[in-house]
Design a protein around this ligand. Structure first.
Ligand SMILES: [Zn+2]
Length: 219
């Protein structure tokens, strides 16, 4: 299925001739977190974990830092209806997560109806589908809701956090022991942490991982 999304044209990043959606040169320029000598769970790497809020999550898995070309692939996924960037990132994610303990269900982070109306898709759902398919994992898109919240600009830190807490609501507790929340990019970790806390309240023993394509390391 991933192959069908990746026609043999030009590299979507540099436009040079390529047999894959992203050419070998661009792939070689990508910083991957994957390192056989280090834990795959990024929360076990202090140099990465300290950048991400994780009071209610057990594991964090990502391809690499939010920088070129992952930032470009993510931007393209959100602003065009081109799904090739999602195919590339899903393939890179699955390859790097070889020995990982798989969850029972994938839970994509919801977007507002307004955003969905504008974009016509939720990028986290599309990524969850492409990552879940080769791993044979079911996707639950009905687990949480994103309400239209106030703009975050002009609010202080406390107000922003309060605003975020009110913006997301877990509506269905997944009937399983281990889940992975799927988000396209993790900037501070606040969003997934808010959702994970709500899940944890309803289901104290659930194991909660976060699967994302990129993590912002410098704030
Ligand atoms: Zn290229």
């Amino acid at each position: 299925m991933l192959k069908r999304l990746l026609p043999n044209l030009a590299c979507i990043l540099c436009n040079q001739h390529s047999n894959s959606a992203v050419c070998d040169f661009c792939k070689n320029d990508t910083a991957f977190f994957y390192d056989p000598d280090k834990p795959t769970n990024l929360l076990h790497r202090p140099e990465i974990a300290r950048h991400v809020k994780h009071s209610a999550i057990d594991g964090l898995y990502a391809i690499g830092p939010y920088q070129w070309p992952l930032n470009q692939l993510l931007l393209r996924l959100k602003t065009s209806r081109d799904m090739r960037p999602a195919g590339v990132m899903a393939e890179w994610f699955v390859c790097a997560m070889d020995d990982m303990c798989l969850p029972d269900q994938l839970l994509p982070v919801p977007i507002t109806y307004w955003r969905y109306f504008q974009r016509r898709y939720n990028q986290s759902v599309e990524l969850a589908k492409l990552v879940g398919q080769p791993l044979n994992l079911p996707i639950n898109t009905q687990w949480a809701r994103r309400k239209s919240a106030r703009q975050q600009t002009g609010l202080n830190r406390q107000q922003r956090l309060q605003n975020l807490r009110q913006a997301y609501e877990v509506v269905n507790t997944p009937p399983c022991a281990h889940v992975a929340i799927v988000d396209d990019v993790i900037t501070t970790g606040s969003t997934v942490d808010v959702l994970a806390k709500q899940l944890r309240l309803r289901h104290p023993h659930i194991k909660i991982d976060v699967w994302t394509m990129a993590v912002t390391l410098a704030h």
